[in-house]
Ligand binder design. Sequence first.
Ligand SMILES: [Zn+2]
Ligand SMILES: [Zn+2]
Length: 220
Amino acid sequence: MIDKHVNFFALQKACEKPGCPLCTIINERIDRYIDGMLFEHISDRTFRAQYKAAGGFCNRHSEILLSYRDGLAVAILGRDTLQDYIADFKKHRIRKRKEICPACKEQSRMEKEFLTFIAEAKEANISTNPQNNEDIPLPIFFVKSQGLCIQHYAKLITFTKKVPKWLKNFQEKRFIDLEERTSRFIDFSAWGRQKDFESLSEADKVVWKELATTLRGEVK
Ligand SMILES: [Zn+2]
Ligand SMILES: [Zn+2]
């Protein structure tokens, strides 16, 4: 069940932070998801079976396990995987994994849910005078954020048939601006253009960092 209010407030909060709001949400929620899996669902047969079929979490999500305090939960899950490998080694045949990493699966589910939610937000009527936070239309606070990273905007295009105009204008203008600033950075980095380079703003001098983050996204 999608809780629209919870999603709305989560987005509003994430939009106040630097970086892609959806990356922020994913980072917070995946931590919570793995935490919940370890503490509550370790005895859940469905989860154990899924985890087993996937051969454990992927590299990226296994990293999170190392920082958990509950060593017993990590040991119980890890032993399942280890036993499967030992059995495979004996037979000299490595089994095919039928499931993807459960945390990756959960991440895709959340991304789809939030991207659909954002894409469904109607063009806001800016003349309305919000009385409290709940009345602020999504597009109004969303365009004050840094916007979606390339990865998440590309997924949004894949998931939704029609991207609302306010979102398309906002996102694509940001990417075009970034492209222009990157081109200027490249041009001014040429030999003999030190003076032009010096004239760049501090942010523009390191635009390649911003580019790398925008391309990759900030999901841990
Ligand atoms: Zn993102
Ligand atoms: Zn994963």
